[in-house]
Design a protein around this ligand. Structure first.
Ligand SMILES: C[S@@+](CC[C@H](N)C(=O)[O-])C[C@H]1O[C@@H](n2cnc3c(N)ncnc32)[C@H](O)[C@@H]1O
Length: 295
């Protein structure tokens, strides 16, 4: 499943004026486990997880959709908010060319450093700055285009982030915000009650679990005009590690008393049997909203 391990601790941004709790908040379950935190030391592993997720066909297709919707042109300025390892800022840099500006904003120092390294390796003009979505380090009316991918699910104040996006866009500027909605998660096969409790555990441990369905409303409330909504289901390849991720969430469900150890073991056995026979499905749907700032 996507993003279960995707978010690391988020650094502070002096200009944002929000507490560290608000900035990087995530609900903890009763055992103190959090699904949206990477729980092993080592930024390399965090970068690997981002790369693994970026390779998922659903992510690739939705990114193509996003870049088509933004249609960034040479000479324009574009920003990727919560830019992670920087891949999309590099795409922006190619699109805007030498006369334009492409920048990624990222609060995590390890990801920021990885993005800068990659920009150098690719001889890209993309720039990366430390900052967070609650207080973007740019003046008003700065960008022609903005992207914010799989960040809102980590925010306690997504409406505030939407307001910041609206602020930094130029009149007529375009934005795509995309995120998952854990109300769409499917875990198959497995006892329906147990599966329900495991998904509820995921929802309980995610800061903004229904981010996907709220994007259009939040962008509208921020004064932007929604132009289109796209979606793709992120279907996990059950051959590469889905078992480990589900095991982790099922473990959290046991820890919070939602299912028994026996139910957990049965679920994992059902999933292993399903994977072996080709009858397994793990997915969550990501929604992407394209909008513009009225001229
Ligand atoms: C799943 S990753 C997505 C990264 C990148 N957008 C991508 O699609 O590859 C989530 C990103 O959100 C960032 N993030 C978390 N809280 C943030 C905040 N308050 N402001 C900006 N970015 C934030 C994380 O550091 C991380 O880079």
């Amino acid at each position: 499943m996507p993003d279960i391990m995707a978010n690391s601790s988020v650094g502070s941004s002096p200009q944002s004026g929000v507490s560290s709790r608000e900035r990087s908040a995530g609900a903890s379950d009763s055992a103190g486990l959090r699904p949206d935190r990477f729980d092993r030391d080592g930024q390399d592993q965090l970068v690997d997880v981002h790369d693994l997720q970026a390779a998922l066909p659903g992510i690739r297709r939705l990114r193509t959709w996003a870049h088509d919707a933004l249609a960034v042109r040479p000479g324009e300025s574009a920003v990727d908010i919560g830019s992670g390892t920087g891949s999309e800022a590099l795409v922006f840099a190619d699109a805007v060319g030498p006369s334009g500006t492409a920048v990624g904003v990222e609060p995590d120092p390890g990801l920021l450093a990885a993005a800068e390294r990659r920009a150098q390796q690719h001889h890209s003009t993309a720039k990366f700055v430390s900052g967070d979505a609650y207080g973007l380090p740019f003046g008003s009316d700065t960008f022609d285009a903005a992207l914010c991918e799989r960040v809102f699910q980590h925010l306690t104040g997504p409406a505030r982030a939407a307001g910041e996006i609206a602020r930094v866009l130029k009149p007529g500027g375009r934005v795509v915000v995309m995120d998952s909605d854990w109300g769409t998660a499917i875990v198959h096969p497995g006892d329906r009650h147990v599966v329900h409790e495991v998904i509820e555990t995921m929802i309980a441990g995610t800061t903004n679990p229904f981010a996907g369905r709220r994007l259009a409303g939040q962008l509208t409330a921020a004064g932007l005009v929604v132009d289109d909504i796209g979606s793709h289901a992120l279907v996990q390849d059950t051959g590469v590690g889905a078992g480990a991720l589900v095991t982790r969430i099922a473990e959290m469900a046991v820890a919070r008393g939602a299912i028994t150890e026996q139910q957990r073991d049965q679920l994992l056995a059902d999933l292993a049997a399903g994977a072996a026979s080709g009858d397994a499905h793990l997915s969550v749907t990501i929604f992407a909203v394209s909008a513009h700032k009225p001229a």
